[in-house]
Design a binder for this molecule. Structure first.
Ligand code: SF4
Length: 218
């Protein structure tokens, strides 16, 4: 059984370049037009398939255009409008609190700093990174979701389990010019090849990956 091992900087640089070249056209997977749309989509997306979110958001974005529209929404109405996703009631509640704070503190404009974003109710570092990268083009870190956790462990980019520690490990090993897209590269690789039981023989980075040949979910 291949043993997990942290890559050194040289190996990581080679791996990141190869992997990024293999998934050149990947991008953020949720549809949005404005920072307000993106905050709404990101909150709705927790534990929900991207396709489900992208199916419901066109009608949602047509009805709720500004932070104030969400802030003033009736909980029951908003929960009904996002009723096709899991935990719709809780997510609607979170959206109203978040957009109330954005309306009251920032005049309805979604803030563009990590500190201000993570002070908002319901916005953690992962979502803040997602907003900064995709709404404002600012890569202050790397959003760590379940795909990033699983695949970066296999690849030897982090041996930690805690998302904030994993993000720090990735930021140490990966050149900043890759940060804006690397979470989406890992997700694409996890979905296509490095699945629960991976297809190592088809993997573009099998020559560097410490877990090459793994046949279990670890
Ligand atoms: S598919 Fe196999 S070789 Fe490729 S990253 Fe996953 S575990 Fe490593």
């Amino acid at each position: 059984m291949p043993v997990a091992r942290l890559l050194d900087h040289k190996e990581a640089a080679e791996l990141v370049e190869k992997l990024s070249n293999s998934y050149k056209n990947v991008h953020y997977y949720l549809s949005f037009s404005t920072p307000v749309d993106l905050v709404a989509a990101a909150i709705i997306s927790a534990q929900t398939r991207d396709e489900t979110v992208n199916k419901l958001t066109p009608a949602l974005f047509a009805k709720y255009k500004t932070a104030k529209d969400y802030a003033d929404a009736k909980l029951d109405d908003l929960a009904k409008d996002i009723g096709s996703v899991t935990f719709a009631g809780n997510k609607a509640k979170n959206m109203i609190s978040t957009f109330r704070a954005i309306s009251e503190k920032y005049g309805g404009k979604v803030p563009n700093s990590m500190e201000q974003l993570t002070e908002l109710p319901g916005i953690g570092r992962k979502t803040a990174n997602t907003i900064l990268i995709n709404a404002y083009g600012i890569a202050e870190g790397i959003p760590v979701d379940t795909w990033v956790i699983k695949v970066s462990y296999r690849l030897g980019l982090s041996l930690n389990k805690n998302p904030e520690k994993i993000e720090l490990d990735l930021m140490k090993l990966i050149d900043k010019r890759y940060w804006h897209n690397f979470a989406y590269v890992l997700k694409a690789h996890g979905k296509a090849i490095c699945q629960a039981v991976p297809y190592c023989s088809k993997c573009p980075v099998s020559g560097i990956c410490p877990k090459n040949g793994v046949t279990t979910r670890n």
